[in-house]
Design a protein around this ligand. Structure first.
Ligand code: CA
Length: 441
């Protein structure tokens, strides 16, 4: 099914929420991403909200004011919950109905503006929760540039394994340790084999890294045993967020063969508060192409829709703020940037491959895109790549050097989309800070 734009994407639309019309806002009226929030420091239940400018529209409060009707009201009722799972399960017809109703209700001139304005909470006064109860989390590896860069460091003579260009590679991760932006994680302790050593030791990771990824939230699931075709795949996708898949490279290097990552990845991953819907992303779709000379995907991973608009243009950035930078009042420093359009495998291919054996996805499941590195050296999506495996230190503006993360470092991802004839929309940010390891004593 092709993705099309409609009146909600019109770049001329303006909102009665003034901050939504400001230049550079991530959350103009054309975006309308979903998250869960409560007033900061309160013991209120988390509830579903939609970002508009620097505000949040409380959907439960708006629904109670009878501003929605018909399918939009049914959809809004599914949002009267502490997570987005019930809403995600409804599917694209309901999502479109609520998006259209929200777009009309937040536009300049809306008749019930004064009633709806009482349902706004400033984002600055809110704390956020993980948007869904994530049943299962699967991490893919869709950047051929990242796979090649990492492969060179782990296997210099054999960087890209032969299956890479045929299969969307992935592994089943751990959902229990997925946290929301602002997460503070302890440097993990695990078994590592130090360079030159003959026996491993239990130690705090000395090679902590981030991974710049997109998170993909599943909407309606598929029945066990029933694969999802490429044509149906995006009907099963609710939207996307920013995702930091923290990684302990020394742990990974020792444990990853033969079954893949385990403790090097499962101690923490961080999502951004806002999930930008696939409908909101419609104007930024691009043709999906295969690099000249590479194998074409098998038929179950191919479709006309993929070729025409399977890629999504999302500009991504990574920033670092060290403890010393914070103390010195130095601004966060951009480490790298890349674009999700360069992913080797599309969102639809991830879904089609994940389910081709009959595996069932469920509403709220999370797919990680894998680290998004681009073709250029400054488009590396991890510090392991930027520092060439720890051999070349990065110098920060205040003179500090990094090969891997140090205790007290904060990592921030931001992302946004722009296209001719469309408004610019953004994902907000995901940030997380590394704390010292627990004592081994
Ligand atoms: Ca990853």
């Amino acid at each position: 099914m092709m993705i099309s734009t409609n009146e909600t994407h019109n770049p001329e639309l303006r909102s009665w929420v003034a901050s939504a019309n400001a230049d550079g806002t991530d959350f103009p009226i054309q975006n309308l991403p979903f998250g869960v929030f409560r007033r900061d420091g309160s013991v209120e239940a988390f509830r579903v909200g939609v970002a508009i400018g620097d505000q949040i529209l409380d959907i439960t409060a708006a629904q109670a004011k009878s501003v929605f009707t018909g399918d939009a009201d049914t959809a809004a009722l599914a949002c009267c919950a502490p997570t987005l799972n019930a809403y995600m399960a409804l599917g694209s017809h309901a999502w479109s109905a609520l998006r259209l109703a929200l777009s009309r209700a937040l536009r300049e001139g809306y008749a019930l503006q004064s009633a709806l304005s009482t349902c706004l909470v400033a984002q600055a006064d809110a704390e956020f929760g993980v948007p869904a109860q994530i049943g299962d989390y699967t991490d893919f590896y869709t950047s051929v540039h990242h796979a090649t860069n990492i492969g060179k460091l782990l296997r210099p003579d054999n960087p890209l394994l032969p299956n890479y260009k045929w299969i969307p590679i992935g592994y089943h991760g751990r959902s229990s340790s997925i946290g929301i932006s602002g997460q503070e994680l302890r440097r993990p302790v695990s078994q590592v084999m130090r360079p030159g050593a003959t026996e491993p030791v239990l130690a705090a990771s000395a090679r902590m890294d981030y991974e710049l990824e997109m998170g993909i939230f599943i909407g309606p699931g598929n029945a066990l045993g029933e694969p999802v075709s490429m044509q149906q795949a995006e009907q099963h996708v609710f939207g996307m967020c920013l995702f930091n898949d923290w990684s302990a490279r020394d742990v990974q290097g020792w444990e990853y063969q033969p079954l893949g990552p385990f403790l090097s990845k499962n101690f923490a991953s961080t999502v951004s508060p806002w999930v930008v819907t696939m409908e909101a992303l419609a104007p930024y779709r691009q043709a999906w192409t295969r690099i000249e000379g590479d194998p074409q995907p098998l038929p179950y991973l191919d479709s006309p829709e993929l070729r025409e608009q399977g890629a999504v243009g999302i500009e991504l950035e990574v920033f670092i703020l060290t403890a010393a930078m914070r103390a010195q009042g130095v601004a966060e420093h951009r480490l790298s940037h890349s674009n999700f359009r360069d992913a080797y495998w599309s969102v639809s291919q991830m879904v089609a491959h994940h389910t081709v054996n009959g595996c069932n996805l469920q509403p709220g499941d999370l797919l990680g895109s894998g680290t998004q590195s681009g073709p250029e050296a400054d488009e590396a999506g991890s510090m392991m790549e930027l520092s060439k495996g720890g051999k070349e230190a990065i110098t920060l503006p205040n003179g500090e050097k990094r090969t891997f993360l140090e205790d007290g470092d904060t990592i921030i991802f931001r992302g946004g989309c722009q296209a001719a004839g469309a408004a610019r929309i953004g994902f907000g940010e995901v940030r997380g800070a590394l704390l010292p390891a627990r004592s081994l004593a």
